[in-house]
Design a protein around this ligand. Structure first.
Ligand SMILES: [Zn+2]
Length: 545
């Protein structure tokens, strides 16, 4: 547990280890000394030992130390809440009978009138290659309402009780933009498509109380610290529309004394520089408590397009076999107005843009804002930034924009091939271009959209192999050292915390992850065996001892 008073933390001397500092001035070392929350010395064993009088010696038995991972784009509250619901990923379920069994087990522990929720099933990866039916879920749930979200987030299946509570019957008309799937007799099958229809059921599920949300945040951070993650950014705060409650949850998590990681919140643009308004709030108008090393306000978040896997990212050339170019969330004028006002108010701006058309649009908006109000080192970001050609990468470099990337080809790679065909899909996450043009990038997880263990992300970036085993764009592979640097120093840079963390450097916070093997010399075929065996957070061993 994180104690409040750093004075009671004895100095720690880590020895017998290979230190990958990610600090270019001193890339490798043999020993680390902490002092309170901070790193006091890094270097050869002899040098560091000389400074370490009275320290507790931690023998790492030839393991490797890297900076604590910084997950610069994930969804903390959602990840914690999802841990309480049924997780139905391909790793957990391969048939509809598996789903029925998990629902039925959960029903036994759930009050008769309470909801059973689950997510992340993928009908394409179930043996039956179809969605569960409402009758199958009725059978498993003992009369409780059930709703299961598809992994795309664009479809859900509800059982009969949930449909009944939502008032959805054979005669219900689908709301505009949504679909209620029906059987041959006109009865709803339980499948609801797109938000307008999905919300008919989803809106009935009680939102978490402040207490439940606080616990979910603590749970998510406690899970991640076991994977070596010591700092994380919530890439869209709030997840629903209740900013005040959500800020309270995060402050209570901070005040609980049980928070196992540093948190940066990224307020949604609607709360910062809303569309069709002149109102703008400054970063200091958001209450994140008074311990900024542990909880702070970061960039403001804008969504510019959808996702490649669902054909909604905005692309210049149409999706394979269609004349569809995806969607823009905002028209050009609205986007320019929001970006311009947030920029002027001092915000770092982070915009979700996957397709090349969306990336171009947001670069135009950043460039226009900077032309009016030049600001050195603004570090405006593009989240995901998946389809960028050389021209766009040049503009990213020239404007000083930071791509925040989620290597997820091992999860979603096949869907990129379906959406774009092989040639264009091979160019997603174009690391070779970023490297060639010297663009600093961050790696992160987008958890809980994908599972999100940092070492799995590193392996993904190294291998670029789809679930079906296709090597997608091997020219964009990265070395393990580069991948870890992007997930540590890169994340700290993207989050504007590089003066506090992200490298193993004297004077920075002592956030460390110990790896069972040196990833820079591990055979790629054996990389999946590398494990986090210890995590140090603010000079305390919080996992692995
Ligand atoms: Zn996200």
């Amino acid at each position: 547990m994180v104690r409040r008073n750093p004075m009671d933390q004895p100095p720690l001397l880590f020895v017998n280890c290979h230190v990958l500092t990610m600090d270019p001035t001193n890339p490798r070392a043999e020993a680390i000394l902490t002092d309170g929350e901070m790193i006091a010395a890094v270097g050869s064993r002899a040098d560091v030992e000389n400074a370490a009088w009275g320290a507790r010696v931690v023998d790492l038995h030839e393991q490797t130390v890297v900076p604590g991972f910084n997950d610069s784009h994930m969804h903390i509250l959602s990840a914690g809440l999802e841990m309480e619901s049924l997780v139905l990923r391909p790793e957990q379920v391969t048939t509809i009978a598996d789903i029925e069994r998990l629902v039925s087990q959960r029903a036994e522990q759930t009050a008769v009138d309470a909801w059973i929720t689950g997510s992340r099933y993928d009908h394409n990866r179930l043996r039956e290659r179809r969605h569960p039916t409402r009758e199958e879920l009725d059978h498993a749930s003992g009369g409780r309402p059930v709703v299961l979200w598809h992994t795309s987030g664009h479809v859900l299946v509800a059982n009969s009780k949930a449909l009944q509570l939502a008032g959805i019957t054979a005669v219900t008309e689908a709301p505009a933009g949504g679909e209620i799937e029906r059987d041959a007799h006109g009865e709803p099958t339980g499948l609801l498509k797109e938000s307008p229809a999905m919300d008919l059921v989803g809106d009935l599920i009680p939102p978490p109380t402040v207490g439940q949300g606080t616990e979910a945040i603590l749970r998510a951070m406690a899970m991640m610290v076991q994977q070596g993650v010591t700092s994380a950014s919530d890439a869209a705060t709030p997840r629903d529309d209740n900013l005040d409650d959500e800020l309270t949850m995060y402050r209570r998590a901070l005040d609980s004394g049980r928070l196992l990681g540093r948190i940066t919140l990224m307020p949604q643009i609607g709360f910062v520089a809303p569309p069709a308004s002149n109102q703008t709030r400054r970063p200091d108008e958001f209450d994140a408590g008074n311990r900024p090393d542990w909880l702070r306000i970061g960039a403001t978040k804008i969504f510019a397009d959808g996702a490649l896997s669902t054909g909604t990212a905005a692309v210049r050339r149409p999706y394979a076999g269609t004349d569809d170019h995806g969607i823009f969330i905002w028209d050009r004028d609205t986007l320019h107005s929001m970006v311009g006002r947030a920029h002027r108010a001092g915000w770092q701006v982070a915009t979700h843009a996957l397709g090349d058309a969306a990336i171009e649009l947001i670069l135009d908006a950043y460039q226009a804002a900077l032309a009016v109000d030049p600001r050195p080192d603004h570090r405006h970001r593009i989240e995901h930034c998946m389809l960028a050609d050389e021209g766009l990468v040049r503009r990213i470099k020239d404007l000083g924009v930071v791509p925040d990337l989620q290597p997820d080809i091992s999860q979603l790679g096949d869907s990129y091939i379906t959406a774009l065909c092989m040639e264009r899909a091979s160019e997603v996450i174009p690391m070779a271009l970023f490297r060639q043009h010297n663009v600093r990038v961050a790696f992160s997880s987008d958890r809980p959209v994908i599972p999100g263990d940092p070492l799995e992300c590193v392996l993904d970036a190294m291998a670029r192999r789809t679930p079906q085993g296709i090597e997608l764009g091997p020219q964009h592979r990265v070395s393990p050292l580069e991948a870890i640097r992007n997930y540590t120093a890169g994340g700290a840079y993207a989050g504007r915390m590089d003066d506090r963390l992200g490298t193993i450097t004297p004077g920075r916070l002592a956030d460390l992850a110990v790896l069972s093997q040196d990833p820079t010399v591990t055979d790629p075929d054996e990389f999946s065996e590398v494990e986090v065996t210890m995590t140090v957070l603010g000079g305390r061993i919080v996992y692995g001892e």
